[in-house]
Design a protein around this ligand. Structure first.
Ligand SMILES: [Fe+2]
Ligand SMILES: [Fe+2]
Length: 160
C-alpha cells in the first residue's frame, strides 16, 4: 500500500484534483481494510488500528479541503451557498459518522460494523460527487496558474 508521504511525493507535479483524488484512493483502501478487519473480528486491535489510520488520513484530507478547496469553491462559484455549502454539509455529516464509528476508545470494546457501513456510504457518495462533479467544474474555471497555486497550498496544509 502506498504511504501518505509517497502519494504526495508522487503528486508533486500533479494538478490539484489529481492530488485529492489520489488521497480518495488511499482513504478508500484504508476503509476497506477497516471494514474487512471489523467483519472478521470487531473486537480485534487490527480493526481499531485500521480505523485509526483511516481517521488520521481523513482528518488531513478534510483539513486540506476545508482550508483550501472550500474557499476556492466559494470564490469561483460565489458566496457561501451552493457548491461550497454542499461541501461543508457533507464534511460535517462525515465527521459525525466518524465520531459514531470511533465512539469507543481505541483498543477497547467492539467496533460497530453498521457504523462503518454508514461511514462507507457517506464517504463514497461524497468522493464520487467531488470527483465527477466538483473537481471537473473547478478545473474548467481555474486558470493554469491558479490550479498550480491550489495544488501547492493543498500539499502545504498539514494537521494543526
Ligand atoms: Fe471532501
Ligand atoms: Fe475529498
Amino acid at each position: 500500500m502506498p504511504t501518505r508521504a509517497a502519494v504526495y511525493e508522487a503528486g508533486a507535479d500533479l494538478e490539484p484534483f489529481q492530488v485529492l483524488a489520489g488521497e480518495h484512493a488511499l482513504l478508500r483502501l484504508q476503509l476497506t481494510r477497516a471494514l474487512d478487519a471489523a467483519r472478521a473480528n470487531p473486537l480485534g486491535s487490527t480493526a481499531r488500528r485500521a480505523l485509526a489510520a483511516l481517521y488520521d488520513g481523513f482528518r488531513l484530507h478534510q483539513r486540506r479541503e476545508d482550508l483550501v478547496l472550500v474557499p476556492a469553491c466559494e470564490r469561483l462559484f460565489g458566496g457561501r451557498d451552493g457548491a461550497a455549502s454542499v461541501l461543508r454539509d457533507e464534511h460535517a455529516a462525515i465527521r459525525r459518522a466518524f465520531t459514531a464509528a470511533l465512539a469507543k476508545p481505541v483498543g477497547l470494546g467492539s467496533l460497530s460494523v453498521p457504523a462503518l457501513h454508514e461511514l462507507h456510504g457517506l464517504l463514497e457518495a461524497h468522493f464520487v460527487r467531488e470527483e465527477r462533479v466538483l473537481f471537473p467544474m473547478m478545473t474548467a474555471h481555474l486558470a493554469r496558474r491558479e490550479a498550480a497555486d491550489l495544488a501547492r497550498r493543498l500539499r502545504a496544509t498539514r494537521l494543526a
